[in-house]
Design a protein around this ligand. Structure first.
Ligand SMILES: [Zn+2]
Length: 172
């Protein structure tokens, strides 16, 4: 995939998406680096102006009824909130990173309007397809993210995850 040259300096994108990114603040205490066994420990990393947080403690959020209702599935392995990507563990982060990065880019384009645009696109998709699951599966923002994933194949590990992945960008 070729990367487009950004129009503005990085801080402009961070600032533009900041109101959405701040919605992730309430989740971050769940991902403190408590003295836990290694496989349960949270990990924080900053890459390409995005904060990536993995923690098993985020599972309740990612598998909550709010996401299960959206997909008709078991919830999500990862989710994006502005410039914050949260995932249950490193394996999920690896499997979902390409998809989530697309949502980061979408939020950089739409800024504070992104949550509204996402919900509107989801409702429109659900209406058009006359099924509630269309909100997620036929949402143009999700279609774009899944398309980017497909361009990254072959990545066996990611695809294995992706079948279980059911990720969403949500700012609710
Ligand atoms: Zn998504």
């Amino acid at each position: 995939m070729s990367k487009k040259r950004p129009l503005f300096p990085a801080w402009v994108y961070v600032l533009w998406a900041l109101p959405v990114s701040l919605c992730a603040v309430f989740l971050l205490p769940l991902a403190l680096r408590w003295p836990l066994p290694k496989h349960l420990r949270a990990r924080w990393a900053i890459s390409e102006r995005t904060l990536e947080v993995t923690s098993p403690a985020l599972e309740w959020f990612l598998r909550g009824p709010w996401f299960r209702t959206l997909t008709g599935g078991a919830g999500f392995a990862a989710a994006t909130i502005g410039h914050v990507i949260v995932a249950r563990n490193e394996h999920c982060m690896r499997g979902c990173r390409v998809h989530e990065r697309v949502h980061v880019g979408q939020c950089e384009r739409w800024g504070i309007l992104f949550p509204l645009a996402y919900v509107a696109a989801g409702l429109w998709a659900a209406l058009r397809h006359r099924r509630w699951s269309g909100y997620y599966w036929d949402n143009v923002f999700e279609v774009e993210a899944r398309h980017a994933e497909s361009l990254c194949e072959p990545n066996a590990e990611s695809r294995k995850d992706a079948s279980n992945h059911q990720e969403a960008n949500t700012s609710m």
